[in-house]
Write a protein that binds this ligand. Structure first.
Ligand SMILES: *[C@@H]1O[C@H](CO)[C@@H](O)[C@H](O)[C@H]1NC(C)=O
Ligand SMILES: *[C@@H]1O[C@H](CO)[C@@H](O)[C@H](O)[C@H]1NC(C)=O
Ligand SMILES: *[C@@H]1O[C@H](CO)[C@@H](O)[C@H](O)[C@H]1NC(C)=O
Ligand SMILES: *[C@@H]1O[C@H](CO)[C@@H](O)[C@H](O)[C@H]1NC(C)=O
Ligand SMILES: *[C@@H]1O[C@H](CO)[C@@H](O)[C@H](O)[C@H]1NC(C)=O
Ligand SMILES: *[C@@H]1O[C@H](CO)[C@@H](O)[C@H](O)[C@H]1NC(C)=O
Length: 933
């Protein structure tokens, strides 16, 4: 039994021994993998990172004691020097055969070491080289276990947008770290509609005096919003000086990028004091229990006054990740780093393990102190950023930037109901700004130039730095509509508007508010808002208004040509009737003066329808009918036109044509200091010597009233809003005439490219489309302008003489009928006289004698005609030669009594003739019995 027992115990011991030896051999097989660490141990980031890495190593292997690989960290101080960092890295790759390098700390160093790593196929893993100019995708052996700096620019831009800042000055250090982010920042800032008017580059080696000088220069720009992108070492110095110089006071706003904000905790309390009121952006680290435990453990041994920072966490996670990767890659690769004893830099050995190692690191996925560790495109994927405000040595989180779609939010848990938030108060909690104020700093206090105006103060009036008037009220109304405050000061400028606007280009003013007209050439050096007034340039002239007192007004209804045409038509018609009647109607016969008189008398008496001579020829009747119709129309038109002239007040512009003014060399006026002068010279071709400048409505009035010969002007050119006001104040004395030249109305001017232009234009549109608001402003300054409104209509509608053209149709008809009748008659006359004519034509006498002969024939009575055939017997019996007036009267009576019916009522007939025939009463009474017998 005992032997059995002994044997058993022996085996047991053997077993234990065997197990122990296995254990021993395992412990022996732990493989040490050398890993280089290059840090600037003098900097707080370096110091914290180093202690974090040490902790990470012990934590990791305490948790994973069975792992067969052990990281062997060889730490070197780069002492903030690129060459040192590179040479340390090179030395470690070559001599220590490190399988990976953690660091280097700074972006500029990383650039070089990265290349060494590529050459030696050694992974370079940096947790602090955040410059976006280092791209892991460009270098296969570079991994960044941190966020790219450019990840934060959207969050910064979102803050700028939320506060509607329009201009932001960038201040950054002159290093790879500083410069690398600037293009990204500028792009993001421009994307939200702001501008970067000024960039300040501060070399890291600057001394206090240099930084002070730069700060003064920043202060001298009008922008008050600064974005600081620096590392802590320079940033702390910068803010302490800024505080000393007085730039950490009310009205200023400072934003710091991740570079400073992730380091805020370790900065000294003096630096924290000076950064009071600063806004900062930094990645949000979820506060896990593990992180809290770590913080407690970390503080104890390190006795650091400083708190932790993000780079420390990333350093911790980097070691953790590398340790995991090394274990996964395994032991087999561990010893296979090729070695090359050459001291030549170019012939660095290559690591066989490097490639697999880096692939493994890239594929890792775990949760640790800084949150999820997962590399995308060789670097950590950025997530949420938190926005904090430095208040009394502490940082208060005022909101979060969740992602591009969601933007800013007061809560980490994004609330969908806040999606339509437009108010910054709902996006971020109220920060305390520098100077211990809650008033949001504005981009800057605008220096606004306003023109000095002598007259037309309805548009703009300046009184001890306060402005009023139409333009001012529109400006203030638009300011109310802006989504942000716009502090401003007004500065009066006495001179031309063009010089005032040039002040913007020269940097004297940030804006010009006033009745500045939007014209093309000005838009070359300023940007205008949309217009807020009517537009156009026109001319105003005196009107004539004294026609009622004109003794010759009766001539006015018809124009001269119509008068002449009418006169000619009368004479012509009289002549035609005479020709048609001469041979057959004794009333148109007699001595030549008598016949001439008859021609005039007859036709003019038709004017009042008082002709009593009977015409007997049918052709003359036709002519007469048409002519009487023409006369009727003419007299009616004349009456109507004269009546309107006498009853309606007639206003007529003295001048209507620019060419007339230029031809006669009249003076013209314009408003002093405006662009109208150049417009008149360049566009309308006036000579400068012919132009006169005026300031006020009274001067306009005098200049136009005195007229061009008495030291005044013939016309005044100005913009329509001014002219309307002028006319309204001098109703019925002046009128606007001529074409309207296009301009674009009044607008406010800003520097070219100013983001304020679009904000202001939107606000102006809002104001000008608000009818009640606009009406109230207009009424306040211009009163009721409707009184004189219909004036121009009056001028165009009447005051015109009738012209011959309007009656052309009538005259043509009358003329054609007359000519036709005349020709027909002459034809018949010639036919009837043919035998005589033929002998006459063939005779040997001269043409003149022939014509005289023909005239004589024509002058003879046509005894064959109807009236004469009736009377021949009677005339022979009773009367003496027929070429007397009395004979003519006889004839008339005879004709009247031709009809058989009338013969029976003798007495009545006589009576009815009483009124008509002045001299023929007795004669007719003599003849009637004759006829009836
Ligand atoms: C870094 O610190 C060491 C001592 O800790 C000091 O000797 C050295 O001058 C420092 N280097 C720099 C660049 O500050
Ligand atoms: C900064 O500018 C303001 C005026 O814009 C001036 O009052 C102040 O004195 C300036 N500060 C410095 C330090 O130049
Ligand atoms: C026009 O304005 C200028 C500057 O404001 C002034 O010096 C000049 O006297 C003015 N001219 C007239 C005619 O008012
Ligand atoms: C124009 O007329 C006003 C009064 O209507 C007079 O005071 C002024 O002297 C005149 N100007 C000239 C140049 O004649
Ligand atoms: C003007 O802006 C106000 C808000 O400030 C808005 O309620 C109103 O609808 C706008 N008016 C126009 C015509 O856009
Ligand atoms: C302006 O004139 C219109 C029409 O004549 C009238 O209805 C209105 O009351 C007037 N307003 C003022 C302030 O006189």
């Amino acid at each position: 039994m005992t032997t059995q027992k002994h044997v058993l115990s022996f085996f047991f011991i053997l077993l234990l021994a065997g197990l122990g030896s296995i254990q021993l051999s395992m412990a022996k097989e732990v493989i040490r993998i050398p890993v280089g660490v290059v840090l600037d141990l003098n900097s707080s980031v370096g110091a914290i990172a180093e202690s974090c890495m040490t902790m990470a190593l012990s934590d990791f292997y305490a948790k994973h004691a069975h792992y067969r690989t052990r990281l062997d960290l060889l730490t070197r101080n780069s002492a903030d020097d690129i060459v040192t960092a590179a040479s340390e890295a090179w030395y470690m790759m070559k001599k220590e055969k490190v399988q990976a390098i953690i660091g280097p700390q700074r972006s500029a160093e990383a650039k070089f070491v990265m290349e060494l790593g590529r050459k030696a196929k050694v992974p370079i893993i940096s947790f602090s080289a955040t410059s976006p100019s280092l791209s892991p995708s460009r270098s296969p052996f570079f991994v960044r276990t941190a966020f790219d700096d450019s990840a934060q620019v959207k969050a910064i831009a979102a803050i700028i947008e939320a506060y509607s800042w329009l201009e932001v000055v960038l201040v950054y250090e002159d290093t790879d770290y500083g410069n690398g982010l600037i293009p990204y920042l500028v792009d993001a800032i421009q994307e939200v509609g702001a501008r970067v008017p000024y960039r300040s580059v501060i070399p890291p080696s600057s001394n206090d005096a240099e930084i002070r000088r730069e700060l003064r220069r920043l202060n001298s720009t009008s922008t008050r919003i600064f974005l600081v992108h620096m590392t802590a070492s320079l940033g702390i110095k910068f803010f302490i000086l800024a505080k000393k110089i007085g730039m950490m006071s009310e009205g200023y706003a400072w934003i710091v990028t991740e570079g400073l904000s992730t380091l805020l905790d370790p900065v000294s309390s003096e630096a924290m004091d000076s950064m009071e009121g600063v806004l900062g952006v930094r990645p949000h680290i979820p506060g896990t229990k593990y992180l809290k435990d770590f913080m407690i453990r970390w503080k104890k041994p390190n006795k650091m006054t400083a708190d932790h920072n993000l780079f420390g966490l990333w350093a911790y996670d980097t070691v953790w990740a590398l340790a995991m990767a090394v274990e996964k890659v395994g032991i087999e690769n561990s010893s296979s780093m090729k070695q090359n004893v050459s001291t030549n830099l170019a012939s660095l050995g290559t690591s066989a393990m490097g490639k697999t190692l880096i692939e493994t690191v890239l594929s890792l996925k775990f949760r640790n102190l800084s949150g999820n560790f997962q590399l995308v495109k060789g670097q950590l994927e950025p997530s949420t950023f938190e926005i904090f405000n430095v208040i009394g040595n502490k940082e208060r989180i005022i909101g979060y930037w969740i992602d591009q779609q969601k933007g800013l939010s007061r809560q980490l848990n994004y609330d969908q109901s806040e999606a339509e938030k437009s108010d910054v108060k709902r996006k971020l909690k109220q920060p305390i700004w520098p100077g211990d104020t809650t008033d949001q700093p504005a981009t800057k206090k605008l220096t606004i130039g306003v023109p000095m105006k002598e007259g037309f103060n309805e548009f703009l009036k300046v009184e001890n730095k306060k402005i009023s008037g139409f333009a001012a009220d529109v400006f203030f109304a638009a300011l109310d509509k802006l989504p942000f405050p716009l502090p401003h000061d007004f500065f009066v400028f006495d001179g031309t508007y063009d010089d005032l606007l040039h002040g913007i280009k020269e940097g004297k003013y940030d804006a010009v508010v006033g009745d500045t007209t939007i014209v093309a050439y000005r838009s070359l050096y300023v940007d205008f808002t949309l217009p807020y007034s009517e537009s156009g340039v026109s001319m105003v002239v005196l009107v004539e208004n004294n026609e009622r007192d004109n003794i010759w007004i009766f001539l006015k209804p018809l124009s001269l040509d119509l008068w002449l045409t009418t006169g000619a038509a009368f004479i012509f018609t009289g002549f035609v009737i005479w020709v048609l009647e001469h041979r057959i109607n004794s009333e148109f016969r007699g001595p030549p003066q008598q016949q001439l008189g008859m021609i005039f008398w007859f036709s003019f008496s038709t004017l009042v329808f008082a002709h009593r001579e009977k015409v007997v020829n049918n052709w003359s009747r036709l002519v007469l009918i048409i002519w009487v119709f023409v006369v009727l129309i003419l007299t009616q038109s004349y009456t109507a036109s004269l009546a309107s002239m006498l009853t309606v007040q007639r206003l007529q512009p003295v001048l209507t044509d620019i060419r007339e003014i230029q031809k006669n060399g009249y003076y013209v006026g314009y408003q002093n200091n405006t662009f109208i002068k150049g417009f008149l010279i360049k566009n309308l071709g006036f000579k400068e010597s012919m132009l006169k400048a005026y300031d006020t409505i009274e001067e306009y009035n005098h200049a136009l009233s005195n007229g061009t010969n008495n030291g005044g002007v013939a016309a005044i050119f100005d913009e329509i809003p001014y002219l309307k006001l002028f006319i309204a104040k001098n109703c019925s004395k002046y009128t606007m005439v001529g074409p309207t030249y296009k301009t674009d109305g009044f607008g406010f001017a800003f520097p070219r490219g100013s983001p304020l232009v679009s904000y202001m234009s939107r606000a102006i549109l809002n104001v000008t489309q608000d009818k009640s608001k606009m009406d109230s402003i207009e009424e306040k300054y211009f009163g009721n302008q409707t009184i004189c409104d219909d004036q121009s209509a009056k001028i165009s509608s009447d005051g015109r003489s009738l012209h011959v053209y309007s009656f052309g149709g009538l005259f043509i008809i009358a003329g054609v009928v007359s000519m036709f009748s005349l020709l027909m008659y002459l034809y018949r006359f010639l036919c009837s006289q043919w035998p005589t004519l033929r002998t006459m034509i063939h005779s040997e006498i001269s043409f003149r004698s022939k014509m005289v002969e023909l005239a004589k024939h024509f002058d003879k009575k046509d005894l064959t005609s109807h009236p004469f055939t009736r009377r021949t017997s009677r005339i022979h019996a009773v009367d003496t030669p027929d070429d007397t007036t009395i004979g003519g009267v006889h004839d008339a009576n005879d004709m009247q009594n031709n009809s058989a019916v009338e013969n029976n009522i003798d007495v009545n007939e006589n009576e009815s003739n009483d009124g008509n025939i002045l001299s023929g009463d007795t004669d007719s009474s003599i003849h009637v019995p004759n006829l009836s017998s």
